[in-house]
Ligand binder design. Structure first.
Ligand SMILES: Nc1nc2c(ncn2[C@@H]2O[C@H](COP(=O)(O)OP(=O)(O)OP(=O)(O)O)[C@@H](O)[C@H]2O)c(=O)[nH]1
Ligand SMILES: [Mg+2]
Length: 325
């Protein structure tokens, strides 16, 4: 998707065409940067902060990102394609296996890995396993981003950071706060310095590889994640059924919200339809911000038993891995 219909200009850019190599500065750099780490450490938050738009949804709950998402940052001297990935965790079902595979594939064939950890906490077993995966499987340079430094008590700075350093020999590291902004620019400079000289891979105006429908489905899933408790939101999948501009400035969107159980359908609908209404209102506000147009949003709730455990259902709900070339 391109950033033309959005409200704010995130960064200066020079047009919607790919710039020819002769139009780029001689020292132009570019590359793909996989952002990996355990769930909830702030990967999507950091990427959104760099891009200036919500390319990936964010929530206080773990396992928010379920797909591979590219966030493209075009600067005069560099184009950085950040690959957001699902948090690496022990899969409980086929959806989890899909998410793990997405993350594992993302670290192959990229120019740089940004391994993100939550420095306000000591490393957990998941961090140990991720460090192992990165050590064994990744030829690309690795930058360790120790995020959430705003939550780090002063007496834990040394013990926590040293515990992360002991897990893996990173090429560079930076302590950062994705939300508050501390060291975000320094980390970005560090990333650019590690990228090879190269051309633009995407037109300057493009800020993600996601199309509008996918972004809209994600925003509905985000609203569901915010409003529903415990395991209920994790059984939610959103499919856009209709997407049409009925009148000038009004987009009509109809979506199905799939759940795994009849009891969950009741919860998602809520008393007198109150819950689905709240989810719809929250999602609509975000979608209108994204599209810069008025939106009429229609949500339907349907049960699709055990879809997270069913390969065929996963594919039909958009969780399909492309064939590896
Ligand atoms: N205090 C603080 N909170 C942060 C920071 N970065 C992210 N968060 C919060 O951490 C939570 C998780 O952020 P996400 O960006 O969704 O994390 P993620 O790593 O993409 O998570 P998954 O997609 O589940 O793997 C959200 O509530 C963010 O607001 C930070 O630097 N400081
Ligand atoms: Mg995420």
């Amino acid at each position: 998707m391109e950033n033309e219909p959005m409200h704010e200009e995130p960064h200066e850019s020079s047009g919607d065409e790919l710039l020819l190599p002769t139009q780029l500065p001689a020292d132009h750099r570019s590359g793909f940067v996989a952002v990996v780490g355990k769930p909830n450490v702030g990967k999507s938050t950091l990427i959104n902060a760099y891009i200036g738009y919500k390319v990936a949804i964010v929530s206080p709950k773990p396992q928010t990102t379920r797909r591979r998402i590219e966030g493209i940052l075009t600067l005069p001297q560099a184009q950085i394609v950040f690959i957001d990935t699902p948090g690496i965790h022990k899969p409980q079902h086929k959806l989890g296996e899909y998410m793990l595979e997405v993350a594992q594939r993302a670290v192959r064939g990229v120019d740089l890995i940004l391994w993100m950890a939550d420095v306000s906490q000591p490393p957990s077993e998941e961090d140990v396993q991720i460090a192992q995966l990165l050590t064994e499987k990744v030829p690309a340079p690795i930058i360790l981003a120790l995020n959430k430094m705003d939550l780090l008590p002063p007496d834990k700075v040394m013990p926590h950071s040293e515990a992360y350093f002991a897990l893996l020999k990173a090429d560079d590291w930076m302590m950062v706060s994705a939300t508050r902004g501390d060291n975000r620019d320094k980390l970005l400079e560090m990333v650019i310095a590690r990228l090879p000289p190269g051309p633009q891979y995407y037109p300057s105006e493009q800020f993600t590889d996601q199309d509008e429908r996918t972004l809209v489905a994600e925003l509905i899933w985000e609203a569901a994640l915010h409003h529903l408790q415990k395991e209920v939101p994790y059984g939610v999948a959103v499919v856009i059924e209709e997407y049409s501009e009925r009148r000038e400035n009004l987009v009509h969107i109809a979506a199905t919200v799939y759940v795994e159980k009849t009891t969950h359908k009741g919860i998602v609908l809520g008393r007198g339809g109150g819950m689905i209404k709240r989810i719809g209102q929250a999602a609509r506000r975000e979608i209108e911000r994204l599209l810069g147009r008025q939106v009429y949003l229609e949500l339907w709730v349907k049960v699709r038993p055990r879809w997270r455990k069913d390969e065929v259902a996963l594919r039909s709900l958009g969780f399909a891995l492309p064939e590896e070339s």
